[in-house]
Every structure is written in C-alpha cells, then in structure tokens.
Design a binder for this molecule. Structure first.
Ligand SMILES: [Mn+2]
Length: 342
C-alpha cells in the first residue's frame, strides 16, 4: 500500500471533516484519469455521502461520455469562472493520475494556490513525483491509477465487489492504461482487481465497444494516411516516428482523442525500441513516446522534450515548428544510440 496506516487514518479523518472535496486530473484526460476520478467520486459519495467536484484542465474525448457522472465534470478551459469558484471553496483536494503541477497546463497556478491552502492527496503511478501535496501516494509499478484507487478505497471500507458505477469507472482506467491487459505493468493483482470489478456485473464488452469501436471514418482515414505517408523508420536507432501538421489534422477533421494509440503502430514496426508521434496542436508540438524493454522514454523526454511519464510511455512538448521538432528528435538520437541498440 502506498499510504501507511497513520496516513490512511489522517486522510479518512480529512474526508470525514471536509465540506467540499475536489478531484483534479491532468490535461488531455484519458480513460485512467477520468475513470479514477469518477470512481473515487462515486466511492466518496457512497461511503461518506460527500459532495465531490471533478475538474479537468481541458476537454476529454467523447468516447468517455458513457462513464457515469461524466456530464457533471467541470472543464477549466471552457468554465474558468466555475473552476475558480469550486477550487476556492475546496477544503480537500485529490490529484489523480499526475504527479507534477505542470501537468495541468494553464490550471497550474490555481492548482498550486489550492494545494498550498488545503489538505491535498496524490494518487499516481508516474515516475519521479513532485511533493506538492500533503500526502503523496506514488506507486510507479502500478498498472494504472484506477488500480491504486481501488486499493485506496478498499482501505477506506469499500466492498471487494463495489457498485456498478464504481466498477465501470475503475475497470475503464485499468483496461485503457494496460492496453487491454497486455502491457508489462499488468500483474496478477491487476487481474484480481479486474475480476472483482467484473463481479459487479458490468458489461466489459460494452466498455470495449464504447472505447474502441466508435471510430469516425475520417479518423481511420487519417490513421491510414499517417501509416502510408508519414511513418519514418530509422533502423540504425531502432526508432520509428510519425508527424502530423495542423493542416493535415484539419484535412481529416481531427477531433480530441483521434490520435490516441497511433504511436503504438510506430513502435510495432519489427525491430523498433522506440515509437514517437508528433502532432501540431494549439500552436505547439505535442509528442507521445512509447518504448519496449529497458529503454526509458521518460529519461529521453525529460532530457529533450520537457516531458516525462513512465519508462515505456511518456509525453513531451516542443514549442516551434514541426520540422524543427523532427530535427531535434533526430539530432538527439545518436546520444541514445547505445541504449537503443542495447
Ligand atoms: Mn494512468
């Protein structure tokens, strides 16, 4: 467990005494961020009858609309005044699925102010946590934040088989963050927790349908174009990358979430150690890294692209032109050549 007994007692007391609980997740919220925050919210409502607000820095993919409670999430980007109101009234803050205040984009200042003012609890599985909250629940070997939230809520008194709302949310994050139970962080415990969630009688195939069988035609055509025309393989560095400009995204009517998972295809090219996806969005270059084995994309992104995450999955950013981001990537590879070819 990532909190010791006395921390758990203190957190439980903080929950009991709180009036306004808020949960904040990282920008570009994914299945694990939304699943863990909504799952925790339903637990706090069910066990403690608490009011809980969830704040996300920017919009989430509509494929996640099926999550119970998603309609009441506050989106900072489009509801800044409401976000201010909610966070100013907050007396207990949970930060889920991120470990650094810089991961919430323009919400950073307000989040820091809130964290400085009230009790804060982090539950997260990314590398190198920043201790900006009162309680730091960090487990970098965990498959997902949802797995950690399940364990945390069990210690708060949640039943082994929770209600359907909770189960749907937590199952979603475990399934998405493990790539449907295939990534290396998937453990026997991950499957045991998933089994308990399935016992709540959720329809796991429906969750899968919601997430993976709702592709728009233009999204699939964009993926086809990316793989046919924009995939570059550098065998000497065992690296493959895809780059997409704002114009190209627009040509295929890009919607939030449309690039989710594309980077895995770059990595899936035979012999590759690292896959990279660069896309020009909102005036900057967003970068996703994936790797296999011991090559750390967390280290690579931290060194060159102001990002980080996990050993085998990380994000990054580049401020400038897409072609300059590509040049920076290819220039950075020789320094990592030994590790890429290890
Ligand atoms: Mn996660």
């Amino acid at each position: 467990m990532f909190f010791n007994e006395s921390q758990l007692t203190e957190i439980r007391n903080a929950i009991l005494q709180s009036h306004n609980i808020s949960i904040v997740v990282h920008r570009s919220p994914d299945g694990d961020a939304l699943g863990s925050s909504l799952g925790l919210k339903h637990v706090l409502m069910a066990l403690f009858s608490k009011q809980v607000s969830i704040i996300v820095p920017d919009a989430f993919p509509s494929a996640l609309d099926y999550l119970p409670g998603s309609e009441s999430i506050v989106v900072f980007d489009s509801q800044q005044e409401l976000t201010n109101e909610v966070l100013n009234a907050t007396d207990l803050l949970f930060c889920l699925d991120f470990n650094h205040p810089g991961r919430v984009g323009d919400l950073e200042e307000l989040l820091k102010q809130t964290a400085a003012r009230c009790i804060g609890v982090m539950i997260d599985h990314h590398q190198q946590p920043e201790p900006f909250l009162t309680y730091i629940g960090s487990k970098t070997s965990a498959s997902s934040t949802c797995e950690m939230v399940y364990q945390f809520c069990r210690s708060l008194g949640m039943q082994e088989v929770p209600n359907q709302e909770i189960a749907k949310c937590l199952y979603t994050g475990i399934m998405t963050d493990t790539g449907s139970f295939r990534f290396s962080a998937t453990t026997p415990e991950t499957h045991e927790i998933a089994a308990s969630l399935l016992k709540a009688d959720i329809r796991h195939w429906e969750i899968h349908e919601h997430l993976f069988n709702q592709n728009s035609l233009t999204k699939l055509q964009m993926w086809g174009y990316a793989l046919t025309s924009k995939l570059v393989v550098l065998p000497e560095f065992r690296t493959a990358f895809i780059s997409l400009s704002a114009d190209e995204l627009e040509r295929f009517q890009y919607q939030e979430g449309d690039l989710e998972g594309l980077v895995n295809y770059a990595l899936s090219v035979q012999g590759m150690k690292m896959g990279v996806l660069m896309s020009e969005r909102k005036g900057k270059i967003r970068i996703s890294f994936r790797s296999t084995g011991s090559f750390s994309v967390n280290d690579f992104s931290r060194a060159h692209f102001e990002g980080g995450g996990h050993e085998n999955a990380a994000g990054g950013v580049f401020y400038g032109k897409l072609e300059d981001a590509i040049s920076k990537l290819t220039a950075a590879l020789p320094d990592f050549s030994d590790k890429l070819n290890a």
